[in-house]
Structures are given as C-alpha cells and as structure tokens.
Design a protein around this ligand. Sequence first.
Ligand SMILES: Nc1ncnc2c1ncn2[C@@H]1O[C@H](COP(=O)(O)OP(=O)(O)OP(=O)(O)O)[C@@H](O)[C@H]1O
Length: 256
Amino acid sequence: MMLKVEGLTKIFGGLRAVDNASLEVAEGRIVALIGPNGAGKTTLFASIAGFHPIDAGRVTFMGQDITGWPVHQIARRGMVRTFQITQPFAKLSVHENIAVGAYQKYADRSEAWEHARRVGEQVGMGALLEQPASDLTVAGRKRLELARTLATGPKMLLLDEVMAGLNPSEIVEIIAIIQKIRASGVTVLLIEHVMQAVMSLSEHIYVLSYGKMIAEGAPRAVVNNPAVIEAYLGHGAAERIAHPATSGAPEEAPHA
Ligand SMILES: Nc1ncnc2c1ncn2[C@@H]1O[C@H](COP(=O)(O)OP(=O)(O)OP(=O)(O)O)[C@@H](O)[C@H]1O
C-alpha cells in the first residue's frame, strides 16, 4: 500500500472532526474521498499531510510510519496536498509561482525553472506562464495550485476540491489533466463534490460522514449504498428513492 491510514482521530475542542477513520490507497490508483459538507474530509487530508497533530491513529506512507512528521518532511518523502482556497503570489508570474514548488525538488535554479515550465505545460498553462498570477480566472488558479504541488515532484497528491467553481468544460479538461498526472506515475487521493468527476476518475471511493468512514467500494456500488444516500439526503431517503409511491414522499416538492 502506498498510503495506509488507520483509526485516525482528530478532535477540535469537543468536536470529533475525524473519528477513527481508516483508508488505503494502492500505488498508481486514483481514489476519491466524498461526503457531505463538514464531514471532516479536509481535516482528514490535513491530518494525513502533517498539518495537524492528531489525537489517535497511524499514517503509513510507502512503508514508513509518518505519524506526527512535520509537513515539509512528509512533502520531501513525496506526499503533498493542495488547498481549497488558493493563495498564489499575486505579483509573481505563473512560471515563478510554479518554480516555488520546483525549488523544493531541484537545488539548481535553471533546472527548477525548466521543470516548472514542463509542469506548467502538463497542466495546460503553457500559454499563461508569463502572466501575473493575479490575472488568472478561478479555473486558472486551480490549475496553478495543482502545478505548484506537482512541481515538488510528489509520488502522491492529495487534491482538495480542485474542480470547485469550474464550468463543465473546465471540469472535463481538469479530469484529463488528472488522468495524465496519474499516467506519469503519481498516485492520487482526491476530495471532490463534482460526482461526474468522481465517477469517471476514481477506482475506489471512501465516504466520510460526521467524521466516520461509513462506506467504501467501487464507485457504482458506493453511490447506490443506502447508508451513503442517507448521509447526503437525510434519514429515510434511500427508502423514499427506492419506493417513492409507498413511502409517503410527496409527488412534487411544495413550491416555496
Ligand atoms: N481548525 C478548526 N478548528 C475547529 N473546528 C474545525 C477546524 N477545521 C475544521 N473544523 C470543523 O471540523 C468539521 C469538519 O470540517 P472539514 O472542513 O474537515 O469538513 P469537509 O468535509 O472538508 O467539508 P467541506 O466539504 O464543506 O469542505 C466541521 O464541523 C468544521 O467546522
């Protein structure tokens, strides 16, 4: 297993944001982590990547126990995460922003610069390299965040909602980019609300709800799992969907 998370618990004050959650990601896979808003997905990512001290559990990455390691050491070992809210260096160009990531991999400046250019092209930003990051659209910023992390030369990427705020054609493009990244040998764990992307990209899905892992499996099995439907739509939803006529569900939603 490339990544193994066992019984991870993260408590904020009295809130068990992640509660005894476990997951595994095999090398070369694209695995998705889904769940309703506030389920604890980002907290789990941050905990895996060393951004929070955790309250219980163990994280093993490429055979090594990395629990409690600081962020930079985990990144150097090859696992990096993206952030939902991206904050590029606005005055720097796209190329310079990507190079910030590349300097972590290459000590030599010109090698880092060249690597940053290649990564920019890999994420479809070849024509935007000289632009200041402040000029980018939401989609451009998402790509830049992806490029910045990719430039560190990771073996595993944790992608946190890289499709949020994108239009349908931008989503199709970024799906293709993520597939190319995987084909280049990078293992991917992604948090995503865009189900079209989850279904077309991932081979395995984990579902988090109120901090607990409530389901896992192949995409189609997971989205048809009654526990998952209830987590998203509320208690009794699976029954209402399966038997709309007999379970007392209104034929039509009342008009507001
Ligand atoms: N630094 C923090 N301090 C206190 N509580 C936090 C902190 N970060 C997250 N939480 C709480 O932990 C819970 C899980 O939040 P988290 O952001 O991990 O959920 P999520 O599944 O990523 O949600 P979304 O899909 O909306 O991004 C929420 O109740 C949130 O308010």
